[in-house]
Design a protein around this ligand. Structure first.
Ligand code: FSO
Ligand code: SF4
Length: 570
């Protein structure tokens, strides 16, 4: 087997990609990602065994977030970027190791402080580093050596299927958590407990002494820190850009040349808007960037004109007709088919693709998007593919402002049930289920959505209930946190003991690892009977799936009609 990856919903044949990723990931990139994750595990073991404190680890914490984020599905397809990151991380790892090496006599504080960018030298616990796991000690110098090493450190290196399943479930949750923590960090917000947990969790995946029960407990703890990460990001976004408010977003086009911005990072958007204002170049959002329109701070930019296209998987055609440059701030990238489109794609942050220019931040976090803007000026305005508007902005504060109306509608029976249909969209035909499900839902139900899953139904005319739209979009996948806050608020208003007594059903679509952390976060908040589709994760072994079914009532999906009958209690 040349590679093995089963981290996303598209895992080949529902089992795993073993020749090339369905996502387009090459064997080479898959292996380099495995080795990068292995390196992060090694770093984590040194931090845990050496009892180093996250609060003093500065740049190491930040690079760990970036490494994890780079390996998320559809974030980065650039082998050279992984080679560079592995070199950087193994260097950092070796310096950390030297710090805790009992035999190392030259670990003078200033030496390590300077090398690692540490806030302060730590004494840590001195350990015999020769007893550390291979992940903390291996050495590779060239790409070929990295690929050879990776062959023995990937997912299948764990022989026991259940232990493997739990280790991967934790790892994928941690990847999602890291992505959210990185967005918050870009806004200057961090929570040290998150780094501490990342080290604990990643080190645990190397520990053969942990039982399946220990790993189940750690899985649930991952959900707890998922809530911390989403709350942190929510505070960072709303603290800087204001609380999302009800907004109509234009989906047609204007006449100016334009830039399309995709992904999830709002600081990148802010910098792009600042640099394009008054330039005659318009900015459109794509896929998960759509909810940026809901934030008050971005409404002041006259050139921030609308949303172009749909969820990530439709980008091959939509980027052709957009005509201008595209800036990816995160996933989901689909490898472009033509050179013409490839040359128009720019990446930044953890994202990357060979042949696409990558824009790095300077030491102050500033990015220079002038090349993107110059390119836009030379190219045609976007070709219109649809017209109209979509409405969103129903994050927690906006919904709380409508609380009286919502509560009255529930009490009067005008709203019978809420359906949380958050998560991701994807290219599988079976995802038509979600459009049909939304269309067939009884008219006295309301959909609460977040993430790119919404594109399956956000252009349908679902109507409203007494002025409350039947589709309430809270924002990006991380804004599922808003949906949880809304549920907790309703529980309080209705004076219920248990969140599961609310008339809320959960029919969630998943695709990649951010959806894994959203799911684990919901489980941590006590939500039961979540239905997950279009297929259950390939990385759940039969026994691990049973634990989730028995403990949390997790289920898959059936036909739309059968599921509607089940959810509506018929
Ligand atoms: Fe979608 Fe992609 Fe937001 Fe994901 S664009 S699939 S869960 O990256 O992160 O919802
Ligand atoms: Fe396959 Fe998904 Fe892994 Fe890509 S990320 S290789 S599609 S399982």
């Amino acid at each position: 087997m040349s590679m093995f990856c089963y981290q996303c919903q598209e895992a080949a044949k529902g089992k795993g990609c073993s020749v090339k990723g369905v996502c387009g990931k090459s064997e080479e990139v898959a292996k380099l990602q495995d080795l990068l994750i292995y390196t992060v595990k090694g770093i984590s073991e040194i931090v845990i065994k050496g009892e180093l404190e996250a609060k003093e680890l500065g740049d190491v914490n930040h690079e760990v977030l970036k490494s994890l984020f780079m390996t998320i599905t559809n974030a980065n397809f650039d082998a050279d970027a992984f080679v560079k990151e592995i070199k950087k991380m193994t260097t950092l790892r070796n310096q950390l190791r030297d710090m805790v090496d009992a035999a190392n006599k030259k670990n003078a504080p200033s030496f390590f402080q300077k090398l690692l960018g540490l806030k302060k030298e730590q004494n840590g616990k001195k350990i015999n580093v020769s007893t550390l796991h291979d992940a903390a000690r291996f050495e590779t110098a060239t790409k070929a050596e990295m690929i050879a090493k990776a062959a023995n450190v990937g997912v299948l290196a764990t022989a026991n299927e259940d232990v493997r399943s739990l280790r991967e479930l934790i790892t994928y949750g941690v990847k999602g958590l890291a992505a959210y923590a990185e967005h918050a960090l870009n806004l200057g917000k961090e929570d040290l407990s998150l780094y501490g947990f990342i080290y604990e969790a990643m080190a645990a995946t190397l520990n053969d002494k942990l039982s399946a029960d220990d790993l189940v407990a750690l899985t649930l703890k991952t959900g707890q820190f998922g809530v911390t990460a989403m709350a942190l990001l929510d505070g960072a976004n709303t603290g800087k850009y204001g609380n999302p408010e009800i907004t109509e977003v234009n989906i047609g086009v204007k006449k100016n040349p334009a830039i399309l911005i995709s992904g999830h990072d709002l600081t990148d958007l802010e910098q792009l808007l600042e640099q394009t204002k008054g330039s005659g170049v318009d900015v459109y959002t794509h896929s998960e960037m759509l909810p940026a329109h809901y934030y008050p701070a971005f409404k002041k930019y006259d050139n921030f004109v609308g949303n172009y296209g749909n969820a990530w998987w439709k980008q091959l055609e939509e980027f052709e007709s957009f005509n201008g440059p595209i800036l990816f701030t995160t996933n989901c990238i689909v490898p472009p088919k033509s050179d013409e489109v490839r040359k128009r794609i720019f990446t930044t942050g953890a994202s990357g693709h060979p042949g696409c220019a990558h824009i790095d931040a300077d030491s102050n976090g500033k990015k220079d998007f002038s090349k993107v803007i110059e390119m836009a000026k030379r190219l045609k305005a976007p070709t219109e593919i649809e017209t109209g508007k979509i409405i969103g902005g129903f994050a927690h504060e906006q919904v709380f402002a409508l609380a009286d109306k919502v509560v009255d509608a529930v009490k009067s029976g005008a709203i019978k049930k809420f359906f949380v249909m958050a998560g991701c969209d994807g290219r599988m035909k079976s995802r038509d289920y979600y459009t049909e499900f939304a269309e067939k839902l009884p008219k006295d139900t309301v959909i609460l959505t977040a993430g790119c899953a919404k594109y399956r139904y956000n252009k349908l005319d679902l109507g409203d209930i007494g002025g409350i739209p039947r589709l309430l979009d809270a924002g990006q996948c991380n804004d599922s946190y808003s949906l949880a806050l809304i549920a907790l608020k309703l529980k309080e208003v209705f004076e219920l003991n248990d969140i599961n007594e609310l008339p809320i059903a959960y029919n969630i679509a998943w695709y990649e690892q951010k959806a894994v952390i959203v799911l684990l976060a919901l489980l941590h908040l006590g939500v039961k009977n979540i239905h997950l589709g279009p297929t259950l994760p390939a990385f759940l072994s039969a026994n691990v799936a049973n634990v989730l079914v028995d403990t949390f009532g997790i289920g898959g999906i059936d036909s739309v009609d059968a599921d509607l009958a089940m959810f509506m209690g018929a």
